[in-house]
Design a protein around this ligand. Structure first.
Ligand code: C5P
Length: 218
């Protein structure tokens, strides 16, 4: 199965991360969490005192942070200039600011280049918002994961502390609206993607369905 690229896109809380890691593990492939890269740049901007809403400042400085990301599905992690930021990139502060930073075309240009370098010869499951449409349009298998707004908010609330399902639902709706309406590389389903609604499925069922599609399509 040399060179396989599985593109996994979808909105927040659709179950992309757990499913992508599970599929990568089952097939012995690498795994790339592109959301972590946008979060790491956002974390760095906040750390440097750059206002995430100031598009010009974000564009000017987005090539400065040096990112290193693990592609091991058993040990995912990301560092910026040698500091492990795997925990800090998941804070509410970063989550609130990330859509503004990821809408800046220069940020996307830099990260899409980096993602393509990492994907390189393939054998990788890549998750994000624009993998099937922009980053890896030739991927032989593209999956677009969806789930109802309630299911997505419930899953996110279970992962986090100190937040209610109602707050989560509002925050996710805000982020999805920004991600799908930005001008550059918005969240979108590729024309040749398979849509998979994970609302009634548990994680093992989602992974089993993706593995079935890999067998069928590649
Ligand atoms: O997947 P995750 O929720 O960690 O992604 C965080 C944010 O990064 C998204 O809300 C989106 O703004 C941005 N993102 C993106 N393109 C990707 C992956 C993530 O714009 N391929």
């Amino acid at each position: 199965m040399s060179g396989l690229v599985v593109a996994m896109d979808g909105p927040s809380g659709s179950g992309k991360s757990s499913a992508s890691r599970g599929v990568a593990r089952a097939l012995g492939l690498r795994y790339l969490d592109t959301g972590a890269m946008y979060r790491a740049v956002t974390w760095w901007m906040l750390d440097q005192g750059v206002d995430p809403a100031d598009q010009d400042a974000v564009a000017d400085r987005c090539r400065e942070p040096r990112l290193e990301i693990s592609t091991d599905p058993d040990a995912p992690g990301i560092s910026v200039d040698g500091t492990d930021v795997s925990g800090p990139i998941r804070t509410q502060e970063v989550t609130r600011a990330v859509s503004a930073v990821s809408a800046v075309p220069d940020v996307r240009r830099r990260l899409v280049d980096l993602q393509r370098q990492i994907i390189g010869p393939g054998d990788i499951v890549v998750e994000g918002r624009d993998i099937g449409t922009v980053v890896a349009p030739d991927a032989p298998l593209k999956i677009y994961l969806t789930a109802s707004a309630d299911a997505r908010a419930l899953r996110r609330t279970a992962e986090l502390t100190g937040t209610s399902t109602r707050e989560q639902r509002a925050e996710m709706a805000r982020r999805d609206a920004l991600d799908s309406t930005r001008k550059t590389d918005p969240l979108a389903m590729a024309a040749d993607a398979v849509e998979l609604d994970t609302t009634p499925l548990d994680l093992d069922e989602v992974i089993a369905e993706v593995l079935r599609l890999v067998k069928e399509r590649t």
